[in-house]
Design a protein around this ligand. Structure first.
Ligand code: ADP
Ligand code: MG
Length: 473
């Protein structure tokens, strides 16, 4: 990565040269901030209860020590030291170790209930500052201080005491503020006016789950994107959802099939191009899963690594399905097949993307199967389309050849989100004929290849998949 101070839009310049950037070390957040916070700046972090403010602030301090060797201090009016240490340890941050090493101080101000006690806390902090070279400070939270001193004094207290400490000592300060949703003086308070930067955490309901967003509302002297970005709280703390935006797909040679000569020749025109994304569409009962399974198997038999993502069935059900098709699933798993379940209903687009990315990175597959993507279409259309695009850009940037299924009948409508964004589209459907159900298949789209528009019959037999031309009447 480029050194932050060499950035084209550059940090603000002071008389002494460029301001040093203080990185949060949070995946995706520093990029969003244009490199990090300016040293000595005061940042307001506002958000509703449970939005992850304490976690984000803890990561800011923890990463400061671990990644940048900068000593931090955390002043908490809302959590006891033991609660804070225990909660953060669950997220992989061992503050007691940092404290022992002299790199971290926690000030427990839980019992501070009046002005006198508050002043004592800060005079104590000033003493510490003369002995230790703190670089980062968190005040959790201003809301608690607002309850202690009367509104008339608040502004002076924040400016003189908190901001003063930061500016004089070149400490980067993160001030937390609880926001009561829909409160008129929520974020647009005097505090945000005084702060050098304002980060706002927001949430929205998505079905059963909460989708969280971080918005950079202002950064003094800096150009930022100001768009809201989804973040997820994981057992490693906060992770920003910053998908690959590059259009540069990895270019690969060769074609990839499902290992059934008839199908590969007639339907895939010799095979889909390596590194492309294929949709197998069709309503229930058209045999999409058989095709996906054969695609996975032929990959493994080819010496490739294959990731099979299941959104609907449990991993064991998928294993059984492979066995029912006559494959030795244990052998396949030894050779490079990995089956992973992702829970669709509890996943926001950000969580989904992260789960796919982690599954990818843990296995580094050449082929990826997703059964079935349309299960995510409970998402609002915009979110669904964005998720699809993000997934596709990710897999393309990795050069993975992807085959995914969707429960849709494209003969009824081609206006389908998935069909639009993928490279290759195979449509399947069922027709009632002469007292039986006939499965039909047709190639609708095939990147970089000429294909015919023939509708064919597809049959699944003991011996495998058969693709037949229809009788010409
Ligand atoms: N391991 C975890 N995985 C997912 N979410 C978590 C995890 N640990 C805590 N959370 C979530 O983090 C939120 C609490 O974060 P916190 O920083 O204390 O919020 P705030 O300070 O804004 O009130 C809760 O919504 C909780 O569900
Ligand atoms: Mg908190």
């Amino acid at each position: 990565m480029e050194e932050a101070s060499n950035e084209p839009n550059g940090p603000p310049w002071t008389g002494e040269g460029p301001v040093r950037l203080v990185k949060t070390g949070i995946e995706g957040l520093d990029e969003l901030l244009g490199g990090g916070f300016d040293e000595g700046s005061v940042i307001l972090l506002a958000g509703p209860h449970g939005s992850g403010k304490t976690i984000l602030a803890a990561q800011f301090i923890y990463n400061g020590v671990v990644k940048c060797n900068e000593v931090g201090i955390y002043i908490s009016f809302s959590e006891s030291k033991s609660d804070f240490f225990r909660n953060m340890l669950r997220l992989g941050m061992d503050f007691s170790r940092l404290e022992k090493e002299g790199k971290f101080r926690f000030i427990d101000a839980l019992n501070v209930l009046d002005r006198r006690a508050l002043d004592l806390v800060f005079s104590h902090i000033l003493e510490e500052l003369s002995a230790i070279d703190f670089k980062r400070m968190v005040v959790d939270s201003l809301t608690a201080i607002e309850r202690i001193i009367d509104p008339g004094e608040l502004r002076a207290f924040i400016t003189a005491t908190i901001i003063g400490i930061c500016k004089i000592n070149k400490i980067t300060g993160l001030l937390i503020r609880d926001v009561i949703p829909e409160s008129p003086n929520g974020v647009n308070s005097e505090v945000s006016f005084m702060a050098d930067a304002v980060l706002v955490l927001e949430a929205q309901r998505l079905g059963e789950v909460t989708q969280r967003f971080l918005r950079v509302e202002k950064v003094r002297g800096r150009r930022t994107t100001y768009s809201k970005v989804e973040y997820v709280i994981t057992d490693r703390g906060i992770v920003m959802h910053t998908p690959v935006r590059s259009l540069a797909a990895v270019k690969l040679d060769g074609d990839v099939g499902i290992g059934v000569p008839d199908f590969d020749r007639k339907i895939l025109m010799g095979g889909v191009k390596r590194g492309t994304i294929t949709l197998i569409s069709g309503p229930v009962g058209t045999g999409k899963k058989v095709i996906l399974a054969e695609f996975a198997v032929s990959g493994v038999l080819n010496g490739e690594r294959v990731l099979y993502v299941t959104y609907r069935d449990a991993v064991d059900e998928v294993r059984r399905f492979f066995s029912d098709l006559g494959h030795d699933v244990e052998e396949l798993e030894k050779k490079g097949l990995r089956i992973v379940y992702i829970d669709p209903s509890r996943n926001t687009p950000g969580r989904n993307y992260l789960a796919l990315k982690e599954a990818y990175e843990a296995h580094r597959p050449d082929r990826v199967v997703i059964d079935e993507i349309s299960i995510m279409d409970w998402l609002p259309r915009g979110e669904y389309v964005r998720l699809l695009n993000d997934m596709i850009s990710f897999f393309k940037s990795k050069g993975a050849t992807v085959m995914m299924s969707a429960s849709v009948d494209l003969t009824k409508s081609m206006d389908n989100e998935v069909a639009k964004v993928v490279d290759n589209v195979i449509a399947m459907w069922v027709e009632r004929e002469r007292g039986s159900m006939d499965r039909r298949i047709c190639t609708l789209k095939m990147k970089g290849k000429a294909h015919d528009d023939k509708i064919r019959r597809i049959e699944y037999k003991e011996g495998g998949i058969e693709v037949k031309d229809l009788d010409i009447y």
